[in-house]
Ligand binder design. Sequence first.
Ligand SMILES: [Ca+2]
Ligand SMILES: [Ca+2]
Length: 287
Amino acid sequence: MKKLVLLIAFALIATVPLAQAAPSNSDSIARPVKVKLALVYLEDFSASGQPTGPPGSYWYFVNSILPSQDTWQEFIPGDGYARINVDSLTSNDTDTTNPYQLLGWGGVGVGHRIAVRMKGAVVPGLTGFIFTYQEESSTFDEIDIELVADDTATAPSGHATLPPSGWTDARFNSYGNSSLSTYLPETSIKQPLVNADGVPVSHIDDAFHVYVIDWYANHIDFWVDSVKQATITSPIPDSVSEVLIGFRDLSWAGAFNWSGTKTMTIDWMQIERLPTSGSAPPPPSGS
Ligand SMILES: [Ca+2]
Ligand SMILES: [Ca+2]
């Protein structure tokens, strides 16, 4: 998911970092290990058009996969859901390498839980994602949850992709002050999505799921439907970053085996403050 070079760089510079790491807690009284998280921002898409977000933040969209989705009303009609539409036709793509269809929001820093409830994120031929991104002159920060029906670059490929026996592949990645030319340092964990029993599951199921990145200063936890999928301890990004939700056409996402259009439906995006000691409770399930 590298090199999202839009007008993002200038937008970041012009933006006051609105969500920094939580201040340390001077309370010396012993606390439970699990703590309730403080809400920083909830976008529930109940108002039509471009969201405003907290002061100093901004929203934008990219539509280089399905250029005809070109108004805020089409992305956010005001019924409580954002929609990201894609088609299987590549001839109309306005980015000929790896086009995107996405909503972007800036931004959030270390010390936060980033959670999204959505359905329709797994579409053969495309990578569905939620990721953070920040770029400087020669380096970038990034944390990824990438979802594909069948990761063709990761064995086994050609597996079943539909419920009940098929599953969805995922990549959980992090980059911290990584080189824009070598993409290093990088950690990438490639594995199926699993349920609470560790059984691979398919998200081509027309059901809502909650995808979560817990971005601590010393590690990152990745959750899907209250189940911790992976933890990365290095590299850990340290700069305020954008949050991007949508699709990208990447080589390892396999072939389009469908025609027409498909839609990712986003119920909400939520930012919460992580505890500075102890661990966060599991996020909610998708249902
Ligand atoms: Ca297209
Ligand atoms: Ca909603």
